[in-house]
Ligand binder design. Structure first.
Ligand SMILES: [Zn+2]
Ligand SMILES: [Zn+2]
Length: 135
């Protein structure tokens, strides 16, 4: 059995943890990683078979480009991995944009906001929910 040994020289073993959101630069108060949020989102878009692939491709590209930071960010409260490089607010905002671009319609948008309402401070996209009639 091979064992990985952390040698006496400490520098390579020290992990640089990025505490702040890559997008808004704020400290991530509710660390829920994009992978965990994306899991729920991918399930949700399954009900839109015509647009699913289109949205998924963009989303996967986003996750892939940020993979290099995986393991160096805040610990996710759901999966326990250190890959919360973006705060739920910013990530859901991104997903919201994807969904909007895909043109799924107002019903889908209000459902989206209802399910993925991570806008904890209610200062961003959740205002649009009110435009749609709110919940
Ligand atoms: Zn953020
Ligand atoms: Zn997670």
């Amino acid at each position: 059995m091979k064992q990985k040994i952390c040698v006496a020289i400490e520098t390579p073993c020290i992990k640089v943890i990025h505490e702040d959101c890559l997008s808004c630069g704020k400290n991530i108060e509710h660390p829920l990683c994009p992978n965990c949020i994306a899991k729920g989102f991918k399930q949700w878009i399954q009900q839109f078979p015509q647009d699913e692939t289109k949205i998924r491709t963009k989303l996967d590209r986003f996750l892939k480009t940020h993979r290099y930071i995986d393991g160096k960010s805040k610990k996710c409260v759901a999966c326990g991995k250190n890959n919360t490089y973006i705060c739920p607010n910013c990530f859901v905002e991104y997903l919201y944009k994807l969904t909007k671009e895909a043109g799924l319609g107002i019903r889908a948008m209000s459902e989206f906001l209802f399910i993925f309402n991570f806008d904890f401070n209610h200062n961003g996209y959740s205002r649009e929910l009110e435009v749609y009639g709110g919940y």
